[in-house]
Ligand binder design. Structure first.
Ligand code: NAP
Length: 272
């Protein structure tokens, strides 16, 4: 019997880490490519981030995923930010380049890549929400050269701040249903399992089969927004695509290899 000895170490830090699917995705992909590496979970309380980053610097760790609540705080302990991580102001990926710890943000690709096949038909997009995911979403939408990007948020001042920073336009929360959009991206918590599960963040009267709906919420997969959009014949992109594509991009950065989306999607769906 041969013993598996990993040569490269990866993992995810967050708090709480709960049922993260990242180890499943990356360990499966390492296996597919016969890369002798392992991806672990490293639950890290907020006050331990500094200690973790000391370990990252001193132990043979090749890369890490970073999730809530550490996406901002790790920036204090790295050597370099990629342009997209700088623009978003948050890091979800760590890797080494020439003895420097680099912080990147692949959540942006999690938004842009599932939309890329559709982007030629998108002239006017609405982003609902103005939290952490919204920042990556705006960067992702801008990278697709979508001409008109609007943002709406329950707390208007947050939408105003993002609109100013990223040079996009604001629509009042109460008026978000008043016009047709080619694309609507939900980055609010509305639709998530629990108390928000039955709430659709969008008023859908003006939308039709020419509207693309990308709901970043993936638990549940079929959200209230997606159910109503499906009835209207809209093109649907599920939230799992964001998770999948941010992970595909991480794996490419760490290994130079491409994860095949369909096989990886199948793997994740089995475990949702
Ligand atoms: P966040 O920073 O806490 O932002 C939450 C957003 O939801 C804010 O815009 C907030 O509006 C809005 N919101 C919360 N409760 C609301 C309510 N009752 N009515 C209207 N708006 C409400 O969270 P985040 O990190 O941006 O994540 C947002 C969602 O994106 C998460 O729920 C998660 O499902 C999804 N997400 C998915 C992925 C993925 O891989 N698919 C990755 C990251 C996030 P206010 O500003 O008015 O409070």
């Amino acid at each position: 019997m041969s013993v598996f000895i990993p040569e490269r170490l990866f993992g995810i830090i967050g708090h709480p880490l709960g049922h993260t699917m990242s180890p499943r995705l990356h360990n499966w992909a390492f296996e597919q490519y016969k890369i002798p590496a392992v991806y672990m979970t490293w639950p890290t309380a907020p006050e331990k981030v500094k200690n973790f980053m000391q370990s990252f610097r001193n132990l043979p760790i090749s890369g890490a995923s970073v999730t809530i609540p550490h996406k901002l705080s790790v920036i204090n302990y790295i050597d370099q930010l990629t342009p997209r991580a700088k623009a978003v102001g948050a890091v979800n990926t760590l890797y080494w380049r020439n003895d420097h710890i680099v912080g990147d943000n692949t959540d942006t690709a999690g938004v842009s890549e599932p939309l890329r096949p559709h982007c030629s038909q998108v002239k006017k997009a609405l982003l609902i929400g103005a939290g952490g995911a919204a920042r990556a979403a705006i960067y992702g939408l801008k990278s697709l050269n979508i001409k008109e990007i609007f943002i709406t948020n329950r707390t208007k001042s947050k939408a105003d701040d993002l609109a100013k920073e990223f040079k996009i336009s604001v629509i009042d929360w109460d008026n978000r249903g008043d016009q047709h959009f080619d694309l609507i991206v939900n980055s609010t918590a509305l639709g998530m399992s629990g108390k928000f599960e039955k709430i659709n963040p969008m008023i859908m009267a003006e939308q039709d089969s020419n509207t693309i709906i990308y709901d970043l919420v993936y638990n549940p997969l079929e959200t209230a927004l997606i159910k109503e959009a499906t009835e209207k014949g809209c093109t649907i992109i599920h939230g799992i695509e964001m998770f999948l594509h941010q992970g595909i991009e991480q794996f490419k950065i760490w290994t130079g290899k491409n994860i095949e989306p369909q096989a990886a999607r199948h793997l994740l769906m089995k475990h949702l």
